[in-house]
Ligand binder design. Structure first.
Ligand SMILES: *[C@@H]1O[C@H](CO)[C@@H](O)[C@H](O)[C@H]1NC(C)=O
Ligand SMILES: *[C@@H]1O[C@H](CO)[C@@H](O)[C@H](O)[C@H]1NC(C)=O
Ligand SMILES: *[C@@H]1O[C@H](CO)[C@@H](O)[C@H](O)[C@H]1NC(C)=O
Ligand SMILES: *[C@@H]1O[C@H](CO)[C@@H](O)[C@H](O)[C@H]1NC(C)=O
Ligand SMILES: *[C@@H]1O[C@H](CO)[C@@H](O)[C@H](O)[C@H]1NC(C)=O
Ligand SMILES: *[C@@H]1O[C@H](CO)[C@@H](O)[C@H](O)[C@H]1NC(C)=O
Ligand SMILES: *[C@@H]1O[C@H](CO)[C@@H](O)[C@H](O)[C@H]1NC(C)=O
Ligand SMILES: CC(=O)N[C@H]1CO[C@H](CO)[C@@H](O)[C@@H]1O
Length: 402
């Protein structure tokens, strides 16, 4: 090697080291802030978070391996620089009530450039709470807290962590933009009430990818004002599947645009992909650009459902139609088995029929003894493409099929 070249490299080495150092985040290890095993770490975590928010360079809050008790934490920005919350250990919620009964277990609000990582576990210890939960049948029930509540967060990457046994919804992600969940595991038993996996609402550009969601309620539920939601390579089950809605009950609701569910697998879920809107409900809004593609249904009770007469427990009436307009729906390459005969349901609003619906390459078989696989359709004229098993909308009520 030419001496001059070596000299040049030597000259630049300190500079290189500086560049590397500049990229290393400042570390905020909770044990440096008084966190001890077997004691509530909420104070240590909150203090570390506050200091990280003030950091002029990017920061990393570290929760080391081990089991840590966390009674509750409400963490908020603004943050001066990107923050990473690296959870290497297991965070355990209290078994009983949280200190602030009106709050969630862990809330993170108003943060820009957040990363949650580390391979650790958020353990909601919900088993006790589920027994008390009767919200599915009692309107005045005591609402149990959410496990992870993310609101007004932007440019966030949440990956390689697990949330288990939440007392209620596992994750609520509201009013947030550019958020990606990857290798995000959710686990709770199939009979745990109201334990939705990820609930989205008033969000844009959310990606949920390469993840496994097993729970007692919706795998992913998508509320109003959601746009550009991408769900890809996600396995759901047990649970209730991926749901848009229920929509229509509140006049303030805004449009849902751009939902992409691709390359997903549903294992023994109650529904596969579903859109539900309330009849006799006041809100006029649009639901459009829905893409459900390359999906495997394995023993799914109701694989494909658009239901604009959604009325569980007969808590509403069917006198008036839904005013939610559904259009541009693409359902393509859906294969597998249905646990009940009615594999495809498309019951659209009689005053706002579904428009521009394309259904291509469906192969759903029903192996039970309740007769052949069926479809139920109303107020929709889908464009049919490719091989379709069962024949789609062969039996129509309401508007005629094309
Ligand atoms: C961060 O930057 C501000 C403004 O440049 C400066 O006043 C402050 O002292 C810095 N804080 C730290 C902790 O370096
Ligand atoms: C997030 O983005 C929205 C929309 O651009 C913006 O209004 C909001 O202030 C941002 N929030 C944060 C915490 O950066
Ligand atoms: C959507 O979010 C991802 C991060 O998950 C980001 O890389 C991408 O630029 C965002 N797209 C838009 C259009 O903002
Ligand atoms: C799909 O997700 C699963 C589960 O997280 C993962 O093991 C697999 O590598 C992912 N596939 C691709 C192509 O990334
Ligand atoms: C599609 O999903 C299957 C099953 O989850 C996974 O094995 C495969 O890697 C995924 N492919 C892509 C491109 O994500
Ligand atoms: C199929 O799904 C039903 C209803 O969810 C469930 O009871 C049954 O155990 C499942 N069968 C298999 C083989 O997984
Ligand atoms: C159509 O309806 C008849 C009678 O209700 C039923 O026997 C048949 O299986 C249905 N066919 C399809 C494809 O839904
Ligand atoms: C979200 C949620 O339900 N959080 C629960 C997460 O688990 C802790 C532990 O019970 C519960 O207290 C929280 O309520």
């Amino acid at each position: 090697m030419a001496p001059k070249f070596v000299a040049t490299i030597l000259l630049f080495l300190p500079l290189l080291a500086n560049i590397v150092n500049a990229q290393e985040p400042a570390i905020f290890d909770i044990t440096k802030y008084g966190a001890k095993p077997d004691a509530d770490i909420s104070q240590a975590l909150t203090t570390a978070w506050k200091e990280a928010c003030l950091s002029n360079t990017s920061s990393r809050i570290v929760i080391p391996p081990g089991t840590w008790s966390l009674s509750q934490a409400a963490l908020a920005g603004p943050n001066k620089s990107p923050i990473e919350l690296q959870v290497q250990g297991t965070l355990k919620a209290p078994v009983g009530q949280l200190p602030n009964k009106d709050g969630n277990w862990i809330t993170i609000n108003y943060v820009n450039h957040l990363e949650i990582s580390g391979g650790g576990v958020f353990d909601g210890q919900g088993t006790e709470g589920w027994k008390q939960n009767d919200c599915h049948k009692n309107k005045n029930c005591v609402k149990l807290p959410l496990n992870l509540s993310f609101n007004f967060i932007n440019n966030t990457y949440i990956h390689d962590v697990t949330t288990k046994d939440s007392k209620n919804f596992h994750v609520n992600c509201i009013s947030s933009h550019n958020v990606k969940f990857q290798r995000f595991t959710i686990s709770a038993p199939g009979d745990s009430p109201n334990t939705d996996g990820i609930h989205l609402g008033r969000d844009s550009n959310i990606t949920i990818i390469d993840s496994i969601i097993s729970t007692g309620d919706d795998c992913v539920s998508i509320g109003d004002e959601s746009t550009e939601i991408h769900i890809e390579n996600v396995t759901c089950g047990p649970g209730h599947g991926i749901s848009v809605g229920s929509l229509g009950s509140n006049t303030a609701e805004k449009d849902v645009v751009g939902i992409y569910v691709k390359n997903c697998t549903f294992l023994s879920t109650m529904n596969g992909v579903r859109v539900k809107t309330w009849p006799s409900a006041p809100a006029h809004l649009q639901v459009k650009d829905l893409h459900f593609e390359d999906i495997i249904m394995d023993n799914v009770s109701y694989p494909i459902i658009i239901d604009q007469e959604y009325c569980p427990h007969n808590l509403c009436n069917l006198k008036d139609p839904s005013f939610v307009k559904i259009s541009n729906v693409f359902i393509k390459n859906i294969r597998g088995t249905s646990h009940f005969p009615e594999a495809v349901t498309m019951v659209c609003s009689r005053t706002n029929p579904c428009e521009n619906v394309e259904i291509a390459d469906i192969d759903l078989t029903y192996s039970g003894n309740l007769g052949p696989t069926t479809t139920k359709c109303a107020n929709v004229k889908p464009t049919l493409v490719g091989k379709l098993n069962p024949p789609i909308c062969a039996n129509m009520t309401g508007a005629q099929s094309s």
